[in-house]
Ligand binder design. Sequence first.
Ligand code: KG4
Ligand code: ZN
Length: 379
Amino acid sequence: MTNDNKSVKILGLETSCDETSAAVVRVKIKDKKAKNKNAGQKLNIQILSNIVSSQIDLHRQYGGVYPELASRAHLENILPAIQAALKKAKTGLDEIDAIAVTIGPGLIGSLLVGVETARALAYTTQKPLIAINHLEGHIAANFVGGNPKSEIRNPKIIKFPILALIVSGGHTSLVLMKDFGKYQIIGQTRDDAAGEAFDKVAQIIGLTYPGGPAVEKTVQEFEIKNQKSKIKNSINLPRPMINSIDFDFSFSGLKTAVLQLTKKLGSNKTKKYQAQIAAEFQQAVVDVLITKTIRAAKKFKPKIIMLSGGVAANKLLRKEMTDKIKKMIPNSLFLIPDSQLCTDNAAMIAIAGAYHFLKNLKNKNTDLCKIKANPNLSI
Ligand code: KG4
Ligand code: ZN
């Protein structure tokens, strides 16, 4: 263990979908010495390296992730990513305290590459191997202080309960976190995830994969033009389940509404209205996500509200959620990771791993044979 007995260096590996990533983080955790149980935990996290080898160009021609190609690319990229992560962190494997790896949820062929590489490394170096849930990793991305100049406030103290909205290509979940390692799903999508809806709608209106950044860019360009020529957005789309009393989501109806609209418009008009459809779709997703999160916050009264996952990189969602939470839930701190920590990366897995290691949580497992990839793992 490095420096003192509460500081560790963790190597993280992430291969659950289409990003091959390796990272080294150093984490110090100090329980605040107050008698008060609610005093929180002081964090000191440093990302020494976070190498992300993206396969976006490989999958673009298929309009989504092609699982077999993803596993092959992970096999080619994993060792170079680890080497680069160690080099950038100026660290040798001997200085690493433990290896953390995503074991699920995700694509089985992709997960296996990370899990088996981590197992082999742990076996040869005799370091502990820590199994991490990918969704827990997304939440853990919030434990790193953001750029003080950005809208993100630095989470020096973590207090529970935390309400986390995870919005990615595979998940849309509202999770109540009562402590490190203690999660309760209070709502989730009944069909498509928000990121999946971005990807499918982008494809329907003629934009490229991944859909989220493509929709966002198209809307930004439209807004610049819009301000000059004052074009009104004449497209109206539904906000599915926005008024339901539960905390679940549904995005497949929104996608179908876009599909029906484009059929009605025909290909020429769809092209003409592409940016307006994109803008209205993005606003519909953002409205639903924020409304449900605020309703959950009013019920569960969290000390902190966190946003995470690939869709959390969306600028409209970041801005509107920051503004609305400040106005409507002023007593909760609101955190969002820096954009590059929202999409899949191994630093978030290493950070989650450090908590398991330091707190001796259930997933810390030194029996290498027991850790298995699980594509359907739930948080
Ligand atoms: O977390 P992530 O990298 O992978 C999964 O765990 O699924 O999320 C990927 C998803 C994709 O669906 C992508 O379109 C979406 O996040 N995404 C965005 C943005 N950047 C990525 N969605 C909206 N706006 C963005 N800027
Ligand atoms: Zn993810």
